[in-house]
Write a protein that binds this ligand. Sequence first.
Ligand code: 2PG
Ligand code: MG
Length: 432
Amino acid sequence: MADTRIAGVLGRRVWDSRGRPTVEVDVTLRGGAIGRAIAPAGASMGSGEAVDLRDGGAALGGYDVGRAVNAVNGEIAAALAGKDAADQTSIDQIMIALDGTTNKGRLGGNAIVATSMAVLHAAAAANGVPLWQHLARGRNVRIPLPEIQIFGGGAHAARRVDIQDFMVMCPGAASFAQALEWTAEVYLAAGRIMKQAGKLQGVADEGGYWPAFKSNEEALDTLVEAIAKAGFKAGEQVAISLDVAASEFGKAGTYTLALDNRRLDTGAMIAMLGRWLEAYPIISIEDPVAEDDAAGFAAFTKAYGHRCQVIGDDFFVTDAARVREAARQGAATAVLIKPNQAGTITETQAALEAGKAAKFGTIVSARSGETEDVTIVYLAVGWDAGQLKVGSFSRSERMAKWNECLRIEELLGKDAVFAGRAALGFSGQSQT
Ligand code: 2PG
Ligand code: MG
């Protein structure tokens, strides 16, 4: 293999899907291989996430990344010069030690994660194989089951409805390509329903329709209607998945549903979700209670973990130790995996491995602020995560990722194995 020692690290400011600045990094190796990656950005963030370094002040709403870019081109470039890009763990350890904080706030989670991913891309390029194949290292991988948003909400739609993501999953699909085709029919049907009702008002941050609904339940009813209008058996072929993102409206055991004008304690919150599980074909619920409510997570999982996947996102913040602890408590059945929550590829992979060791479902996920960077698709396939969450079925920062996964499935041809229903982090059958 060509020389994989790092010759250069170059950071620059580029722009994300919300029109905000973000960090892009190019890593060049002595043998000539090049890797490039862009940091994504969340809106509904867990308090334990790696922290992005932003410039603050009046310009660009305080979101500028001049200091993070300087960190890449200064301290990080100097520390990584001559180091072996093929040794991802050492590269990430160097950056963690250099940063010196527990939340990566000094150099910036955005600076570190973009560099970590760019190093990985460079190593794969030097290896002469696609990144997913570089990560798979000869092991069998599956094409992930996609989780695709139809209506946006919560922090991605000015809190128009409380629930953040109203999504579909296609447990009945035979391939990734078919799952996308089915989802496209549902997305189009939902758009037609919204238009007929005079409620089509554009899209939210991740490309799902703007949620012009009177209640959270109206969004669920409309989603069920869209699945039926598209011609699918709800629950069997196409099922509903929710990201409640409860940390956004709940704290210390109190949940305030603004749209429904209701204030609930943890027990009432769990009971409400339980009623939704009875009434709607839901197979997956993310962050059903707030990140500070471990007992609520355990209670919800005990009550409903046999009939739907229970995903921790803000609850886990892609941290292996938190995943292991929750597994001991029976406090989830799946973990969302976001590289920029952890801050490095090494820590991201550790969280995913902890999830697998606990027999959890593992879902590699995009953020609400995204770009044309499709690294997460390669992570989902190469690490055999089984599930992939990217946002909705519009806007090219989302479609670039779905389309890339489609190409991998095509490339594998008859060897492609679609993860499908079996990838879900619960053993029960979906409700029909
Ligand atoms: C989430 C993500 C993606 P954000 O909560 O799962 O939907 O949102 O990137 O804003 O945290
Ligand atoms: Mg979430």
